[in-house]
Ligand binder design. Structure first.
Ligand SMILES: *Cc1c(COP(=O)(O)O)cnc(C)c1O
Length: 228
């Protein structure tokens, strides 16, 4: 992928403006953090992100993450946003400050065993009900966190979801609102154990709706890399 620096800057400015408008429409003061999905880029191509002032990137694959982290550690903060197999936990841990996509107790166990310091994670929830999607169903979230709470080094700091892909971003609104409401309930239930402040939701096609519904991290790729 050839990524033009001017094009990226223009796309980024537009995205930031749309985020600002979504914030003011919904009466928000603090904007969400913008995470750039790096799966579209080779390690060498990430210099354009640096040039555009991007600091936070999310990678989907363990091997790619490690390659990018080796090259760019200290320049970017890395999150892991893809499906993580337990056996890759050890590889991912040194590279990231957050794993967005935790949805199995075996992964929680493996993260707890392999990490030296506390690791911040998000619980991935399948709000759309699609069988093909990763993530646990909302009704199972409380029981999941009750089990996960035994693993003291794995700190759940919020929830993450991927809305079903549709042409109309409004169809994602119930997913995002549902995730926020689920977070509010769980935050009450787990007071003193987990501070569930993060909502990782919204991608290129639906991030404005996600911001209106309270996203604290939006994960963007194609909206930034499309050429004008
Ligand atoms: C690729 C990806 C994104 C960004 O998707 P776009 O539609 O390109 O913005 C966000 N989250 C996850 C988990 C991804 O894999």
């Amino acid at each position: 992928m050839i990524l033009d620096a001017d094009c990226l800057r223009a796309n980024l400015a537009q995205v930031e403006q749309r985020i600002a408008h979504a914030c003011s429409r919904s009466g928000r003061v603090d904007p969400p953090r913008l995470l750039v999905a790096s799966k579209y880029l080779a390690p060498d191509e990430m210099s354009v992100l640096q040039g555009a002032g991007i600091r936070l990137v999310g990678e989907n694959r363990a091997d790619e993450l490690e390659a990018k982290w080796r090259k760019w550690d200290g320049v970017f903060e890395f999150h892991f946003i893809g499906h993580l197999q337990s056996r890759k936990a050890r590889q991912v841990l040194p590279c990231v400050t957050m794993v967005h996509s935790v949805e199995s107790i075996s992964l929680v166990e493996e993260l707890d065993r392999r990490t030296e310091k506390q690791v911040q994670v998000l619980l991935e929830v399948n709000m759309g009900g699609e069988e093909t999607k990763y993530g646990i169903f909302p009704a199972a979230a409380e029981a999941f966190l009750e089990r996960a709470a035994a693993y003291r080094k794995v700190m759940f700091v919020g929830l993450m979801t991927m809305a079903p892909l549709t042409a109309d971003p409004e169809t994602a609104r119930p997913c995002f609102r549902g995730l926020r409401e689920l977070r509010d309930r769980l935050a009450t239930t787990f007071t003193g154990r987990y501070e569930l402040s993060e909502l990782s939701m919204g991608m290129s096609n639906d991030y404005e709706v996600a911001v209106e519904e309270g996203a604290t991290i939006v994960r963007l790729g194609s909206a930034l890399f499309a050429s004008a």
